[in-house]
Design a protein. Structure first.
Length: 381
């Protein structure tokens, strides 16, 4: 198989954009990053990037839907493929289709669907995110609290059925015993805190038991106050955990997000979309838990004004991060690639380097997506 050389682009490497380099792809991997005049480039099939920016493909850990499809409504591999296809247009080359709290049979179907999608090699699927049902009624957001419960031995057995890919589980720490949390992490699950009324002390106990991160920081969790630091205080204080953030101008005030970036070590805050079906679709409304959700100007709410995910895509999240959070484009791109890859333990994704999976996105300076590669294959949008 002849190697492909991606040439004439501005390539995001570890520190910054670099010109005059070529990225060599062989099969599903990056075989080398070399000078543009390297002999290996001349013997490869050239793909001219026409001066555009080549970055690691975006990784989204929270994707409820896209392309008019809600994962909860149709938890099967065809739905996953449709959602992944919709988000690919916006640079997402790796995602966790996300199930919000539902009946146990829906969760089982979702787990089976992701296992099937992974076996079938559906492009862009890295695993699954179960946002619930082990959540707090006090911080339920748009979730239907009738589905909430504490995790049982049967639940643990069900969660252990996913043999491939990542399984991210969002829980309310006050709804799960530390011993049960340790059991889940010992099985290889990544556990994050979200939709929680936990105290600072309860959150610290969960951190000691293996809590890895925080789902959509600030949203649906106890805030930090002077005498009760809450979940947010524990999240910002802890140097070892990761925080997902939704940068859409609706979910969180941009000053709060800038404070989070200042408080956490570099690399511990990453972008998520919390995307719903309108992303990549023409219909701006959808049904959830029997009610109509309407999206206007990127804001998705029910009739009472409760936030119901977002109409955000990852390219827009990167663009917003530069504009709203006052960070550089390279750093915003890392927040969409390298940092979520680290959170998921995906050591071969999120970087343009020899040995990494060839998941890539080509963008212009305004973060408009021109092309994506998944596993070295140039994808059709």
């Amino acid at each position: 198989m002849m190697a492909t050389a991606l040439v004439n682009g501005r390539v995001l490497l570890e520190q910054d954009f670099v010109d005059d380099v070529a990225v060599l792809l062989e099969g599903a991997s990056i075989s080398a990053v070399v000078r543009a005049d390297d002999a290996r480039v001349r013997s490869a099939q050239a793909h001219d990037l026409d001066g555009a920016i080549l970055a690691p493909g975006f990784i989204d850990c929270q994707v409820n839907g896209g392309g008019g499809v809600l994962f909860n409504d149709a938890p099967d591999s065809d739905s996953i493929a449709a959602i992944a296809r919709a988000h690919r247009r916006f640079g997402t080359t790796g995602m966790l289709p996300t199930l919000i709290s539902d009946e146990p049979e829906v969760t089982r179907a979702g787990l089976h669907a992701v296992a099937q999608a992974l076996q079938q090699g559906v492009p862009g699927v890295l695993g699954i995110h179960l946002e619930g049902p082990f959540l707090s009624p006090q911080r339920r957001g748009i979730h239907d609290a009738k589905h909430f419960r504490t995790p049982s031995a049967t639940d643990v057995e069900m969660l252990a059925t996913l043999r491939e890919g990542c399984l991210l589980l969002t829980v309310a720490p006050e709804e799960i015993e530390p011993a049960r949390l340790r059991q889940l992490t010992a099985l290889g699950l990544l556990v994050a805190a979200g939709h929680t009324a936990a105290s600072y002390e309860q959150t610290r106990r969960a951190l000691d038991a293996g809590l890895r991160g925080f789902t959509h920081l600030f949203n649906a969790m106890t805030p930090m106050t002077s005498r009760a630091p809450g979940v947010v205080g524990a999240a910002l204080e802890d140097a070892h955990t990761w925080c997902g953030i939704i940068v859409d101008g609706h979910h969180v005030h941009t000053a709060a997000l800038r404070i989070a970036l200042a408080a956490k070590p570099r690399g511990k805050v990453f972008l998520v979309t919390d995307a719903m079906p309108p992303v990549g679709a023409t219909d701006s409304s959808f049904r959830l838990n029997g009610e109509t959700i309407t999206c206007r100007d990127g804001l998705c709410t029910n009739a009472q004004g409760v936030l119901a995910g977002s109409a955000l895509d990852m390219a827009t999240a990167v663009r917003n991060s530069v504009r709203m959070l006052q960070i550089t484009l390279p750093e915003a791109l890392r927040m969409a690639s390298a940092y979520p890859a680290a959170f998921l333990g995906e050591q071969r994704r999120g970087r343009i380097a020899a040995g990494s999976v060839a998941d890539l996105v080509l963008i212009d300076e305004n973060v408009n997506v021109k092309a994506t590669w998944i596993g070295g294959e140039l994808m059709r949008h």
